[in-house]
Design a protein around this ligand. Structure first.
Ligand code: NAP
Length: 216
């Protein structure tokens, strides 16, 4: 169970960003994204939620959840507004975003306003996600992209299936997202430096545990 110890400095509800991703590994693009979302959407906290066994991925191609959780924890250590949740990684079975959002939202009575932040590519597929209509009711989505990315195709589909939810998805452009986890894994496999692409403790963790030495 994840608890917030601090109180909101505003009257009314707490705005909480859930930063969903595989984080294999977490990098500067993710951190810049979370900080930008925190500021633009007036979030009180951002909780990073590393996926357990992603429902749509082969578990053999993704690093162990514990490695991804620890790297994420190291990366957010210095930011008092950032937290990491074990909710998805502690699930033996695949977890779906709806389970995570229900866990945090606990209905709007909880006083938490939930914003789910993740890559625009992932959000484009939201119509295939479990209970997506309830998800769109329970939280606001922040679809993160590199500059120039267009959500036109997404909004056309949303217009057809649930137009009333169009206002629930926002696009956030982050130039620093030119960095990707794939790029970092490939560089490690080629013995190239990843300095300044991810926080130093994460870089050290990758070295110490010999992660990504062999390209997947
Ligand atoms: P992904 O396919 O690994 O990533 C898609 C793209 O989005 C990549 O370019 C990725 O870049 C970027 N990205 C991922 N998370 C990001 C974040 N938090 N901020 C900025 N960019 C991000 O997507 P995924 O990680 O598997 O899934 C993303 C989230 O959607 C997870 O929380 C997952 O549980 C959820 N999801 C839920 C369902 C479901 O409930 N059925 C289905 C699919 C996905 P990097 O590789 O650099 O991160």
């Amino acid at each position: 169970m994840f608890f917030f110890n601090a109180q909101s400095n505003k009257t009314g509800s707490l705005n909480v960003g859930l930063m969903g991703g595989t984080f294999d590994p977490i990098h500067m693009g993710h951190l810049v994204t979370a900080e930008e979302a925190r500021q633009q959407f007036n979030l009180d906290y951002v909780v990073f939620v590393p996926t357990g066994i992603p429902p749509h991925k082969d578990e053999k191609t993704v690093s162990f959840p514990e490695h991804r959780y620890l790297m994420t924890s190291l990366a957010v250590m210095s930011n008092p507004s950032f937290f990491v949740s074990r909710f998805e990684i502690d699930h033996a079975a695949p977890t779906y975003t709806i389970d995570t959002v229900r866990h945090f939202a606990c209905g709007k009575e909880s006083g938490l306003e939930v914003f789910f932040i993740t890559g625009a590519d992932a959000i484009l597929e939201i119509f295939t996600w479990k209970d997506y209509e309830e998800l769109l009711r329970l939280c606001t989505f922040i679809a993160v992209s590199r500059p120039g990315y267009s959500l036109d195709r997404f909004y056309e589909s949303l217009d057809r299936s649930c137009p009333e939810m169009k206002h629930k998805v926002h696009l956030l452009e982050i130039p620093a997202l030119a960095v990707s986890s794939t790029f970092i894994r490939e560089r490690v496999a080629l013995s190239k430096t990843i300095k300044y692409l991810t926080p130093e403790p994460v870089e050290q963790y990758i070295k110490k545990h010999g992660l990504y030495r062999v390209s997947l």
